[in-house]
Design a protein around this ligand. Sequence first.
Ligand code: NAD
Length: 542
Amino acid sequence: MAHGTFQVPFPVNEPVLSYAPGSSEREELQEMYNKMYHQNPIDVPMYIGGDMVRTSDKRPMTPPHEHGKVLGHFNYGDASHVTAAIDAALSARKKWAAFSFVERATIFLKAADLIAGKYRSKINAATMLAQGKNCFQAEIDASCELIDFLRFNAYFAQEIQAVQPESSEGIWNRTEYRALEGFTFAVTPFNFTAIAANLPACMALMGNVVVWKPADSQMYSAQVLMEIFREAGVPDGVINLITVDGPVAGDVVFKHPDFSGLHFTGSTAVFRHLWKTIGENLEHYKTYPRIVGETGGKDFVVAHSSANTKAVATGLLRGSFEFQGQKCSAASRAYISDDIWPAVKDQLLTDLSTLKMGSPADFGNFINAVIDRKSFDKIKSYIEFAKTQEDCEIIAGGGCDDSVGYFVEPTVILTSNPKFRTMVEEIFGPVLTIYVFPSSEFAETLKLVDSTSEYALTGGVFAQDRYALAQANEALENAAGNFYLNDKPTGAVVGQQPFGGARGSGTNDKAGSALNLLRWVSARTVKETLVPVENYRYPFHS
Ligand code: NAD
């Protein structure tokens, strides 16, 4: 029972540690990485209710940069495990949904502090090993962004609850922000440990119980997240982790009458399929399920002739190639004014030639491997396609080597065709395609940017000319949910740039903001009349 109106501690973004040579965090992370790399292979269970469930179907977990090294196995389940997870969630629901917000928030604030402290190097090392991130990419994702999600969400949830209706004389009106009735389903992608944790955690914070299905390739870091959630005090059954084939899980979840919400991040095609399936099952549900999906992107950079060429080249390099272009926000198509192209090209190619590629264990490497065989093959096929086309030229990279890990060189394609295939489709790898436009055709180019792809996630415009910036801002209003002026289109920070896109890129419910949390509650309006009337007659009945 909460005897007071409490205030969630005011959130401040978690400082990003530098991992500079000689720093204590660098030493600690290297030690943890080596320890986890050399430890005996681990056996990751499913977490269903209070049980750690293992099966005879063991799937290997290998680092993308060294596919011959087995870090351990995770246990693959089937439809019966999905049913068990739903049952466990529904059993936990009554107590969890009725638990005070202060108690729930405290659990997730504790998780944030555990990550900021004793788990920092472990979750970062797990992300380096599982997803092939370098130390900095792991730090800004698995530590900082996740800590921010947990702390800011608690604060935003409190703000939501504070929004109350007017009351009139003799009446007290109240809005209760109830959990959704039933259970929710979180389906998460491989590329961000923070997203994998946030999708189930933010629904649980709002009082929901969750069945969580991570991507197979993120399992090594997902198990560290479960360890943290459990230590922070998430009760059994509130977040149930299952490792089951997506369609198998979907088949059970989407036919269940108590299914009440899908929180998805991943590719557009999968999301559309899930939405359709939910639609087809609509008559089975007790309540209309909430559907939130953040999906693919074909993110752009536009450089006007007034742009600072060094800033453009740097934005392209970092925006396109950090984490091997496997961020949904990564720049993958660029439109550069012809008068500044020689200077941009010169710096971009010079800088690219200095990038080192290899294992994240070597902190000197900027580029690491792409996630898995499927992804490697897909990216390679785009590069091979480009090599055969006449309206493009590969001006950097183009090499792929999967002998030890899934390595793809940062690749730049220059095309004379603004609708060239790699200007349109999401590749999700270190491939940037550039179209050089006549400086006199800025307005036409903005129309091209707006109409070339089905996505509308992120984009950035570089210009020193304020008229050009304002023109782009207006022309590209619907081309990106996160729009950057004189900056690269990646690196959104929780609490500063709420994240999400529209069109084919998702429902734009802005992860890390109150807008997203609102989707996971169902408001109940309570009107209480303090002294009820006792006579049916109105004054006009004289
Ligand atoms: P994916 O769509 O292949 O997988 C996402 C999740 O869906 C995984 O857990 C997967 O197992 C599951 N899944 C696949 N098919 C399913 C089915 N039929 N039923 C139920 N679940 C199913 O995506 P990915 O490769 O893990 O991640 C990369 C994609 O995610 C890219 O398209 C990227 O743009 C997108 N992404 C978007 C955002 C954003 O905020 N907009 C953030 C990160 C990633």
